[in-house]
Design a protein around this ligand. Structure first.
Ligand code: KG4
Ligand code: ZN
Length: 338
Protein backbone atom coordinates (compact mmCIF):
# COMPACT_ATOMS: atom_id res chain seq x y z
CA UNK A 1 0.00 0.00 0.00
CA UNK A 2 1.47 3.35 -1.07
CA UNK A 3 0.26 6.76 -0.02
CA UNK A 4 1.12 10.05 -1.70
CA UNK A 5 1.32 12.83 0.92
CA UNK A 6 0.77 16.51 0.15
CA UNK A 7 1.63 19.28 2.63
CA UNK A 8 0.76 22.87 1.72
CA UNK A 9 -0.50 24.37 4.98
CA UNK A 10 1.98 27.24 5.24
CA UNK A 11 5.20 28.18 3.46
CA UNK A 12 6.57 24.77 2.50
CA UNK A 13 5.39 22.54 -0.33
CA UNK A 14 6.11 19.00 0.85
CA UNK A 15 5.41 15.87 -1.18
CA UNK A 16 6.26 12.29 -0.21
CA UNK A 17 5.38 8.69 -0.96
CA UNK A 18 5.12 6.25 1.94
CA UNK A 19 4.89 2.48 1.50
CA UNK A 20 3.57 0.48 4.45
CA UNK A 21 6.16 -2.23 3.85
CA UNK A 22 9.16 -0.47 2.33
CA UNK A 23 8.81 2.83 4.25
CA UNK A 24 9.52 6.19 2.72
CA UNK A 25 10.07 5.94 -1.05
CA UNK A 26 10.26 9.62 -1.98
CA UNK A 27 10.47 12.96 -0.23
CA UNK A 28 10.42 16.35 -1.98
CA UNK A 29 10.42 19.73 -0.31
CA UNK A 30 10.30 23.26 -1.60
CA UNK A 31 10.64 26.09 0.90
CA UNK A 32 9.14 29.49 0.13
CA UNK A 33 11.43 31.27 2.60
CA UNK A 34 12.96 33.58 -0.05
CA UNK A 35 9.53 34.71 -1.25
CA UNK A 36 8.44 35.85 2.20
CA UNK A 37 11.78 37.08 3.57
CA UNK A 38 11.34 40.66 2.28
CA UNK A 39 8.05 40.93 4.19
CA UNK A 40 9.38 39.55 7.48
CA UNK A 41 6.69 36.87 7.62
CA UNK A 42 4.46 34.65 5.49
CA UNK A 43 2.24 36.52 3.02
CA UNK A 44 -0.74 34.16 2.63
CA UNK A 45 -1.63 35.07 -0.95
CA UNK A 46 1.96 34.67 -2.14
CA UNK A 47 2.11 31.33 -0.31
CA UNK A 48 -1.03 30.03 -2.04
CA UNK A 49 0.17 31.12 -5.47
CA UNK A 50 3.51 29.46 -5.02
CA UNK A 51 1.92 26.20 -3.86
CA UNK A 52 -0.06 26.28 -7.11
CA UNK A 53 3.20 26.51 -9.04
CA UNK A 54 5.12 23.89 -7.09
CA UNK A 55 2.73 21.12 -6.00
CA UNK A 56 2.22 19.25 -9.27
CA UNK A 57 5.88 19.39 -10.40
CA UNK A 58 6.93 18.11 -6.97
CA UNK A 59 4.43 15.24 -7.21
CA UNK A 60 5.97 14.35 -10.57
CA UNK A 61 9.44 14.58 -9.03
CA UNK A 62 8.38 12.31 -6.15
CA UNK A 63 6.98 9.68 -8.53
CA UNK A 64 10.20 9.82 -10.50
CA UNK A 65 12.34 9.59 -7.36
CA UNK A 66 10.45 6.45 -6.30
CA UNK A 67 10.50 5.10 -9.86
CA UNK A 68 6.71 4.79 -9.77
CA UNK A 69 3.76 5.88 -11.89
CA UNK A 70 0.35 7.10 -10.81
CA UNK A 71 -0.94 3.51 -11.07
CA UNK A 72 1.26 2.54 -8.13
CA UNK A 73 -0.40 5.01 -5.74
CA UNK A 74 -3.17 3.55 -3.56
CA UNK A 75 -4.30 6.69 -1.71
CA UNK A 76 -3.70 10.43 -1.60
CA UNK A 77 -3.31 12.18 1.78
CA UNK A 78 -3.31 15.95 2.07
CA UNK A 79 -3.15 18.43 4.92
CA UNK A 80 -6.69 19.65 5.53
CA UNK A 81 -5.85 21.96 8.43
CA UNK A 82 -4.93 23.80 10.51
CA UNK A 83 -3.09 26.31 8.36
CA UNK A 84 -3.56 29.16 5.92
CA UNK A 85 -6.85 28.59 4.17
CA UNK A 86 -5.66 29.48 0.66
CA UNK A 87 -2.53 27.39 1.03
CA UNK A 88 -4.54 24.45 2.39
CA UNK A 89 -6.99 24.69 -0.47
CA UNK A 90 -4.23 24.18 -3.02
CA UNK A 91 -3.14 20.87 -1.52
CA UNK A 92 -6.69 19.78 -0.76
CA UNK A 93 -7.90 20.54 -4.28
CA UNK A 94 -4.97 18.88 -6.02
CA UNK A 95 -5.10 15.93 -3.64
CA UNK A 96 -8.81 15.35 -4.06
CA UNK A 97 -8.62 15.83 -7.83
CA UNK A 98 -5.79 13.31 -8.20
CA UNK A 99 -7.55 10.80 -5.95
CA UNK A 100 -10.69 11.17 -8.07
CA UNK A 101 -8.78 10.79 -11.33
CA UNK A 102 -6.76 7.83 -10.06
CA UNK A 103 -9.85 6.30 -8.39
CA UNK A 104 -8.20 5.90 -5.01
CA UNK A 105 -9.28 7.20 -1.58
CA UNK A 106 -8.39 10.73 -0.49
CA UNK A 107 -7.48 11.20 3.16
CA UNK A 108 -7.74 14.57 4.93
CA UNK A 109 -4.88 14.78 7.41
CA UNK A 110 -4.59 16.98 10.48
CA UNK A 111 -1.27 18.85 10.25
CA UNK A 112 -0.49 18.53 13.96
CA UNK A 113 -1.21 14.80 13.91
CA UNK A 114 1.32 14.67 11.08
CA UNK A 115 3.91 16.37 13.32
CA UNK A 116 2.99 14.16 16.27
CA UNK A 117 3.47 10.96 14.25
CA UNK A 118 6.67 12.10 12.46
CA UNK A 119 8.94 10.21 14.94
CA UNK A 120 7.26 7.00 13.72
CA UNK A 121 9.29 7.40 10.52
CA UNK A 122 12.52 6.80 12.46
CA UNK A 123 14.31 3.49 12.99
CA UNK A 124 13.28 3.30 16.65
CA UNK A 125 9.77 4.70 16.85
CA UNK A 126 8.10 5.39 20.21
CA UNK A 127 5.53 2.96 21.56
CA UNK A 128 2.23 4.13 22.97
CA UNK A 129 1.45 5.59 25.45
CA UNK A 130 3.62 8.71 25.59
CA UNK A 131 3.56 12.42 26.28
CA UNK A 132 4.00 14.59 23.18
CA UNK A 133 5.36 18.10 23.20
CA UNK A 134 4.31 19.77 19.95
CA UNK A 135 6.25 22.97 19.33
CA UNK A 136 5.72 24.65 15.98
CA UNK A 137 5.20 28.13 14.57
CA UNK A 138 1.48 28.01 15.33
CA UNK A 139 1.18 25.62 18.28
CA UNK A 140 2.71 24.73 21.63
CA UNK A 141 0.90 21.80 23.17
CA UNK A 142 1.46 19.00 25.65
CA UNK A 143 -0.62 15.97 24.76
CA UNK A 144 -1.14 12.60 26.40
CA UNK A 145 -1.14 10.06 23.57
CA UNK A 146 -2.57 6.60 24.24
CA UNK A 147 -2.91 5.59 20.58
CA UNK A 148 -3.42 7.06 17.16
CA UNK A 149 -6.25 9.55 17.46
CA UNK A 150 -6.39 9.14 21.25
CA UNK A 151 -5.16 12.53 22.31
CA UNK A 152 -5.76 14.31 25.61
CA UNK A 153 -4.67 17.92 25.69
CA UNK A 154 -2.71 18.54 28.90
CA UNK A 155 -1.69 22.12 28.28
CA UNK A 156 -1.06 24.69 25.58
CA UNK A 157 0.11 28.20 24.91
CA UNK A 158 -2.28 30.90 25.98
CA UNK A 159 -0.62 33.42 23.65
CA UNK A 160 2.36 33.09 21.25
CA UNK A 161 3.47 29.62 20.23
CA UNK A 162 7.13 28.79 20.94
CA UNK A 163 8.12 29.11 17.27
CA UNK A 164 6.23 32.37 16.95
CA UNK A 165 8.08 33.72 20.00
CA UNK A 166 11.39 32.67 18.43
CA UNK A 167 10.45 34.39 15.16
CA UNK A 168 9.23 37.62 16.78
CA UNK A 169 12.26 37.89 19.07
CA UNK A 170 14.56 37.18 16.14
CA UNK A 171 12.89 39.99 14.21
CA UNK A 172 13.47 42.51 16.96
CA UNK A 173 17.11 41.42 17.08
CA UNK A 174 17.31 42.29 13.37
CA UNK A 175 17.36 38.72 12.04
CA UNK A 176 15.63 37.59 8.84
CA UNK A 177 12.49 35.48 8.59
CA UNK A 178 12.07 32.74 9.70
CA UNK A 179 14.11 33.77 12.69
CA UNK A 180 13.96 30.65 14.89
CA UNK A 181 17.01 28.85 13.47
CA UNK A 182 18.93 32.15 13.04
CA UNK A 183 18.26 33.19 16.64
CA UNK A 184 19.48 29.79 17.76
CA UNK A 185 22.69 30.25 15.75
CA UNK A 186 23.22 33.71 17.23
CA UNK A 187 22.69 32.28 20.72
CA UNK A 188 25.74 30.06 20.19
CA UNK A 189 27.89 33.19 20.45
CA UNK A 190 26.03 34.46 23.50
CA UNK A 191 27.28 34.37 27.08
CA UNK A 192 25.11 32.25 29.34
CA UNK A 193 24.00 34.09 32.46
CA UNK A 194 24.71 37.69 31.39
CA UNK A 195 20.95 38.15 31.21
CA UNK A 196 18.37 35.97 32.88
CA UNK A 197 14.88 35.91 31.44
CA UNK A 198 11.81 34.65 33.34
CA UNK A 199 10.48 31.08 32.97
CA UNK A 200 6.85 32.08 32.38
CA UNK A 201 4.08 30.27 34.26
CA UNK A 202 6.41 27.79 35.93
CA UNK A 203 5.78 29.24 39.42
CA UNK A 204 2.19 28.03 39.44
CA UNK A 205 0.59 24.64 38.84
CA UNK A 206 -0.62 23.63 35.40
CA UNK A 207 0.77 22.82 31.99
CA UNK A 208 -0.11 25.91 29.97
CA UNK A 209 2.52 28.16 28.42
CA UNK A 210 2.89 31.87 27.80
CA UNK A 211 5.79 33.05 25.66
CA UNK A 212 4.75 36.51 24.54
CA UNK A 213 6.27 38.20 27.63
CA UNK A 214 9.73 36.91 26.72
CA UNK A 215 9.66 38.89 23.49
CA UNK A 216 8.90 42.06 25.49
CA UNK A 217 11.65 41.14 27.95
CA UNK A 218 14.06 40.83 25.03
CA UNK A 219 12.96 44.20 23.62
CA UNK A 220 13.41 45.92 26.99
CA UNK A 221 16.82 44.33 27.53
CA UNK A 222 17.93 45.50 24.07
CA UNK A 223 16.68 49.01 24.84
CA UNK A 224 18.54 49.30 28.14
CA UNK A 225 21.77 47.54 27.16
CA UNK A 226 22.22 48.71 23.58
CA UNK A 227 22.32 46.48 20.55
CA UNK A 228 25.97 45.81 19.87
CA UNK A 229 26.57 42.34 18.37
CA UNK A 230 27.65 40.74 21.66
CA UNK A 231 24.64 42.09 23.53
CA UNK A 232 22.32 40.79 20.80
CA UNK A 233 23.95 37.37 21.03
CA UNK A 234 23.63 37.44 24.84
CA UNK A 235 19.93 38.31 24.54
CA UNK A 236 19.46 35.45 22.07
CA UNK A 237 21.21 33.10 24.53
CA UNK A 238 19.02 34.25 27.45
CA UNK A 239 15.85 33.95 25.35
CA UNK A 240 16.64 30.47 24.06
CA UNK A 241 17.62 29.26 27.54
CA UNK A 242 14.35 30.60 28.97
CA UNK A 243 12.19 28.91 26.31
CA UNK A 244 14.06 25.61 26.53
CA UNK A 245 14.03 25.59 30.34
CA UNK A 246 10.33 26.41 30.45
CA UNK A 247 9.50 23.64 27.99
CA UNK A 248 11.63 21.18 29.97
CA UNK A 249 9.99 22.09 33.31
CA UNK A 250 6.52 21.56 31.81
CA UNK A 251 7.53 18.28 30.15
CA UNK A 252 8.74 16.94 33.50
CA UNK A 253 5.50 18.05 35.10
CA UNK A 254 3.43 16.37 32.37
CA UNK A 255 5.37 13.11 32.79
CA UNK A 256 4.87 13.21 36.55
CA UNK A 257 1.17 13.97 36.18
CA UNK A 258 0.56 11.11 33.70
CA UNK A 259 3.00 8.61 35.22
CA UNK A 260 4.57 8.15 31.77
CA UNK A 261 8.27 8.06 30.95
CA UNK A 262 8.30 8.35 27.16
CA UNK A 263 8.41 11.78 25.58
CA UNK A 264 7.90 12.65 21.91
CA UNK A 265 8.98 16.10 20.75
CA UNK A 266 7.90 17.30 17.31
CA UNK A 267 7.16 20.42 15.25
CA UNK A 268 9.59 23.02 13.87
CA UNK A 269 11.10 24.04 17.21
CA UNK A 270 12.01 20.41 17.95
CA UNK A 271 14.84 20.94 15.43
CA UNK A 272 16.42 23.24 18.04
CA UNK A 273 19.71 21.75 19.22
CA UNK A 274 19.60 23.23 22.73
CA UNK A 275 16.08 21.88 23.27
CA UNK A 276 17.00 18.42 21.98
CA UNK A 277 20.08 18.24 24.22
CA UNK A 278 18.20 19.52 27.26
CA UNK A 279 15.32 17.06 26.93
CA UNK A 280 17.70 14.21 26.20
CA UNK A 281 19.49 14.86 29.50
CA UNK A 282 16.19 15.32 31.38
CA UNK A 283 14.97 11.94 30.13
CA UNK A 284 18.28 10.27 30.82
CA UNK A 285 18.12 11.46 34.44
CA UNK A 286 14.60 10.06 34.72
CA UNK A 287 15.52 6.74 33.15
CA UNK A 288 13.05 7.43 30.35
CA UNK A 289 13.29 7.98 26.62
CA UNK A 290 12.84 10.94 24.31
CA UNK A 291 11.97 10.60 20.63
CA UNK A 292 12.42 13.21 17.91
CA UNK A 293 11.92 13.21 14.19
CA UNK A 294 15.16 13.69 12.24
CA UNK A 295 15.71 17.48 11.90
CA UNK A 296 14.30 17.69 8.34
CA UNK A 297 11.05 16.09 9.54
CA UNK A 298 10.71 18.46 12.51
CA UNK A 299 9.68 21.31 10.23
CA UNK A 300 6.85 20.96 7.72
CA UNK A 301 7.23 18.11 5.24
CA UNK A 302 5.23 15.71 3.09
CA UNK A 303 6.56 12.53 4.73
CA UNK A 304 4.64 13.07 7.96
CA UNK A 305 1.44 13.68 5.99
CA UNK A 306 1.92 10.55 3.86
CA UNK A 307 2.53 8.54 7.06
CA UNK A 308 -0.46 10.01 8.91
CA UNK A 309 -2.57 9.37 5.78
CA UNK A 310 -1.48 5.74 5.80
CA UNK A 311 -2.54 5.19 9.41
CA UNK A 312 -5.83 6.98 8.80
CA UNK A 313 -6.63 5.10 5.61
CA UNK A 314 -8.97 2.63 7.21
CA UNK A 315 -10.28 4.95 9.85
CA UNK A 316 -13.67 6.57 9.52
CA UNK A 317 -12.33 9.90 10.82
CA UNK A 318 -10.94 10.99 7.50
CA UNK A 319 -12.70 14.24 6.84
CA UNK A 320 -11.82 17.51 8.52
CA UNK A 321 -14.11 19.29 6.08
CA UNK A 322 -12.28 22.33 4.75
CA UNK A 323 -15.14 24.03 3.02
CA UNK A 324 -14.52 27.39 1.44
CA UNK A 325 -15.58 29.10 -1.76
CA UNK A 326 -12.45 30.03 -3.70
CA UNK A 327 -14.62 31.13 -6.62
CA UNK A 328 -17.91 32.66 -5.77
CA UNK A 329 -19.82 34.35 -8.62
CA UNK A 330 -22.01 37.20 -7.43
CA UNK A 331 -24.91 35.62 -9.30
CA UNK A 332 -24.94 32.76 -6.83
CA UNK A 333 -25.84 35.03 -3.93
CA UNK A 334 -29.35 34.59 -2.68
CA UNK A 335 -31.49 37.69 -2.93
CA UNK A 336 -32.27 39.65 0.22
CA UNK A 337 -36.01 40.18 0.36
CA UNK A 338 -37.09 43.84 0.45
O1 KG4 B 1 6.36 23.01 12.23
P1 KG4 B 1 6.81 24.18 11.43
O2 KG4 B 1 7.73 23.96 10.26
O3 KG4 B 1 5.59 24.99 10.88
C1 KG4 B 1 4.39 25.12 11.59
O4 KG4 B 1 3.59 24.17 11.59
O5 KG4 B 1 4.26 26.19 12.23
O6 KG4 B 1 7.49 25.18 12.48
C2 KG4 B 1 8.09 26.37 12.07
C3 KG4 B 1 8.60 27.09 13.30
C4 KG4 B 1 9.08 28.50 13.00
O7 KG4 B 1 8.57 29.35 13.99
C5 KG4 B 1 10.60 28.38 13.09
O8 KG4 B 1 11.24 29.57 13.45
C6 KG4 B 1 10.75 27.32 14.15
O9 KG4 B 1 9.73 26.39 13.86
N1 KG4 B 1 12.06 26.66 14.10
C7 KG4 B 1 12.99 26.79 15.07
C8 KG4 B 1 14.12 26.05 14.64
N2 KG4 B 1 13.83 25.50 13.42
C9 KG4 B 1 12.57 25.89 13.12
N3 KG4 B 1 12.97 27.45 16.24
C10 KG4 B 1 14.06 27.38 17.01
N4 KG4 B 1 15.19 26.71 16.66
C11 KG4 B 1 15.26 26.02 15.50
N5 KG4 B 1 16.37 25.36 15.17
ZN1 ZN C 1 3.95 22.48 10.97
Amino acid sequence: MRVLGIETSCDETGIAIYDDEAGLLANQLYSQVKIHADYGGVVPELASRDHVRKTVPLIQAALQQANLTADDINAVAYTAGPGLVGALLVGATIGRALAFAWQVPAVAVHHMEGHLLAPMLEAQPPQFPFVALLVSGGHTQLIQVTGIGEYTLLGESIDDAAGEAFDKTAKLLGLDYPGGPLLSQLAQQGVTGRFTFPRPMTDRPGLDFSFSGLKTFAANTARTHGDDPQTRADIARAFEDAVVDTLAIKCKRALEQTGLNRLVVAGGVSANRTLRDKLASVMQQRGGHVFYPRPEFCTDNGAMIAYAGMVRLNSPQTSLGVTVHPRWPLAQLTPVGQ
